[in-house]
Design a protein around this ligand. Structure first.
Ligand SMILES: NC(=O)c1ccc[n+]([C@@H]2O[C@H](COP(=O)([O-])OP(=O)(O)OC[C@H]3O[C@@H](n4cnc5c(N)ncnc54)[C@H](OP(=O)(O)O)[C@@H]3O)[C@@H](O)[C@H]2O)c1
Length: 234
């Protein structure tokens, strides 16, 4: 069922939204009553993905599909969910379509798999992290936030509440807060302020460890941070 939208935050454009992570986030936000635009290189593929989410949620949902540039132009919250090896070229292509004052939430995990290595090994990035690379490529007035790296797309795509925390890193406190509010709309997720964007390097690398754990133990690992005061968790 689509819940009535308590304090909707969107519209949210999910760029590269036809993959498992983009679809999973879109599904959860659509269920929470958010307006979501799925982006793809192919508008038809985006519309098919949006229709699949409409079927999964049922009832009245605000999900549509567009080509990535049109999706960027239609929203000022952009969720980037593409493979690391395509992140830079796609952002260069989309730069003219990203509106001033937008927030770009980046979930890109740089893995050695991008260069023929293992998915359980992180890839070193000159800028420090994929999120900092993204920050160099978007227009100046765009705030970049790093989040959702440690969430399992498989679990997001299901119906059950998740059992994980989302660490949110940004140099813009307001953009970080908005992203934590979005994360907290996913049942079972607690969002935590992880500090400056440079900390994304650490959060991104945790995913390589989680992938290794998933391979070793055949699961869908996530993380929980314990020991912080209650107000640290959103
Ligand atoms: N899967 C997870 O559990 C998970 C969890 C946390 C973080 N992440 C990270 O989130 C990102 C997305 O993960 P995913 O598993 O959803 O990825 P994916 O399925 O490999 O790719 C997502 C989408 O990216 C688009 N894409 C592919 N090649 C492209 C290119 N050359 N140029 C532009 N767009 C391209 C495709 O959309 P179109 O073909 O429709 O354009 C595809 O559906 C990755 O960086 C991953 O490391 C994944």
């Amino acid at each position: 069922m689509n819940a009535a939208a308590p304090n909707p935050i969107g519209p949210i454009a999910v760029i590269g939204g036809t993959g498992p992570l983009g679809m999973g986030l879109a599904l959860r936000w659509a269920r929470a009553g958010e307006t979501v635009i799925l982006g793809s290189r192919d508008a038809g593929r985006a519309q098919q993905a949006a229709a699949a989410i409409q079927r999964a949620v049922g009832g009245e949902v605000n999900v549509s599909g567009m080509e990535n540039a049109a999706a960027c132009a239609a929203a000022d919250i952009l969720m980037l969910t593409v493979p690391f090896e395509n992140q830079a070229s796609l952002l260069k292509h989309l730069k003219p379509s990203i509106t001033e004052g937008s927030i770009l939430i980046d979930a890109t995990v740089p893995l050695a798999a991008s260069v023929g290595g293992r998915a359980s090994r992180p890839l070193g990035i000159w800028q420090g992290s994929a999120a900092q690379q993204a920050a160099e490529l978007v227009p100046k007035e765009v705030s970049v936030v790093a989040a959702f790296h440690n969430v399992s797309a498989d679990l997001l795509g299901g119906d059950a509440a998740l059992d994980c925390d989302v660490i949110v890193c940004s140099d813009d406190p307001d953009a970080g807060q908005l992203t934590r509010d979005l994360a907290a709309k996913i049942p079972g997720v607690r969002a935590i302020d992880g500090g400056k964007l440079e900390n994304a390097r650490i959060v991104e690398q945790i995913t390589a460890l989680l992938i290794g754990l998933n391979i070793r133990h055949k699961g869908h690992a996530g993380i929980r941070i314990t020991g912080l005061p209650p107000q640290a968790y959103r």
